[in-house]
Design a protein around this ligand. Structure first.
Ligand code: C2E
Ligand code: SIN
Ligand code: SIN
Ligand code: FE
Length: 353
């Protein structure tokens, strides 16, 4: 039911207007002889129309409108009718400037009063419906965008898992290394959205292994020189696959795939990049990847303890790894333990069931 607030210090006018409004079906009149009390009420309740007298003890009609518009800048604006004597033209201009919607002259004509009131209520209802619809559309677009982002991430994760699937011994590797990469990025104080993007893109670092034959990928012993040359190509294969995409996440993933085996001292592959010439994401993922490879069992090696892996990466600071990345990882070893614990348990649960 639309709420119409009527404020007038004259009880008889008030009664008269409330009575007239009662004739508009489905309209609730709320009356205030005290304008301060009326203002207070209007500031804390939803109102569809306000009818306010001009000449009243403070706040008068102008002060009322000014305060209401300032304190409750709603969209769409609540219509306000100010009631004045017809000869007060300057006051009407002023009222318009501060936000009155319409005027009525005293003495009130009941037909005019009803018509204006009904028109303004209809107008306000239409405006509200439009605003709600615009808001609804904006909400829909926002939800759809979130869903797209989520689905892209889901698809990326599945692509990473598809590659991982060929090498079941590496179970849980993607989940852990993505978290280590995020941990390092966070430790290096990268912005939250960058950390998030690295977390989402990192699981695709080895997607290129999809193009490596099982005889090499699953070989229980050490690779010979030729086999290792073939294995090294998983970086360029991954880059080739991922750079066909156009989204920022795929672009980031392609960069990671290409340079996650570069070494800080320039002895890595495929391009023997050195130091800061290696994209930062590559330096971060290189450390996350090796740290998890060391602390996991592989067809060709046993798993190491976290302490042993920590010693190894500390010793490789500046040779294999960016020193800043190593420091970021080593200062959060307690979280590394937690990540390993969580994902070991998660993996055991999924394999048992
Ligand atoms: P991966 O198993 O995921 O290992 C990733 C990286 O972790 C390796 O990159 C290496 O830098 C480090 N890493 C893993 N295990 C060890 C280890 O026991 N000691 C040391 N010091 N570092 C280790 P890398 O060497 O470029 O190898 C890339 C990929 O090639 C490996 O990915 C794995 O799939 C394969 N690979 C490497 N060496 C062998 C091997 O001797 N036998 C077999 N079957 N595969 C190997
Ligand atoms: C994975 O679970 O395989 C990838 C990383 C993640 O947990 O988002
Ligand atoms: C990147 O994340 O690839 C840009 C940062 C850098 O190259 O240092
Ligand atoms: Fe790799």
């Amino acid at each position: 039911m639309p709420k119409v607030v009527v404020i007038d210090d004259s009880e008889s006018s008030l009664q008269y207007m409330a009575h007239t409004l009662g004739a508009i079906s489905g309209c609730e009149a709320i009356t205030f002889p005290d304008s301060a009390a009326g203002l207070k009420w209007c500031l804390h309740h939803d109102v569809d129309l306000i009818v306010v007298d001009y000449i009243m003890p403070k706040p008068d009609g102008l002060e009322f409108i000014e305060t209401f518009r300032r304190e409750r800048p709603t969209a769409p604006a609540v219509p306000i009718i100010m009631v004045t004597s017809s000869e007060l033209k300057d006051i009407r201009y002023m009222a318009l400037q501060i936000g009155a919607t319409d005027f009525l002259s005293k003495p009130l004509d009941p037909i005019e009063f009803m018509a204006r009131t009904r028109n303004l209520l209809n107008l306000h209802r239409t405006e509200k419906a439009l605003t709600d619809r615009a808001q609804w559309l904006a909400d829909q677009v926002h939800d759809a965008t979130l869903q797209l982002v989520e689905r892209e991430r889901e698809a990326l994760l599945l692509m990473g898992r598809a590659a991982e699937h060929r090498d079941p011994a590496a179970g849980g590797h993607l989940a852990r290394m993505a978290r280590y990469a995020a941990l390092i990025a966070e430790g290096m104080e990268l912005p939250a959205d960058t950390v998030d993007a690295i977390f989402a893109a990192a699981p695709l670092h080895d997607v290129g292994k999809i193009a490596i034959p099982d005889s090499i990928l699953l070989k229980p012993g050490p690779l010979d020189a030729d086999e290792f040359e073939q294995m090294k190509r998983h970086t360029s294969y991954g880059h080739e696959i991922l750079s066909a995409g156009s989204s920022p996440l795929l672009t980031l993933a392609a960069e990671i795939a290409l340079c996650h085996h570069e070494h800080y001292d320039g002895t890595g592959y495929p391009h023997r990049l050195m130091g800061d010439a290696i994209p930062l994401v590559g330096r971060i993922v290189a450390l996350a990847d090796v740290f998890d490879a060391l602390t996991s069992a592989r067809p060709y090696k046993e798993s190491w303890s976290i302490a042993a892996a920590a010693d190894y990466v500390a010793a490789s600071k500046g040779t294999h790894f960016d020193p800043a990345c190593v420091e970021a990882l080593l200062k959060s070893l307690d979280l590394v333990h937690e990540i390993q614990q969580t994902h070991r348990l998660a993996f055991e649960r999924t394999t048992v069931s």
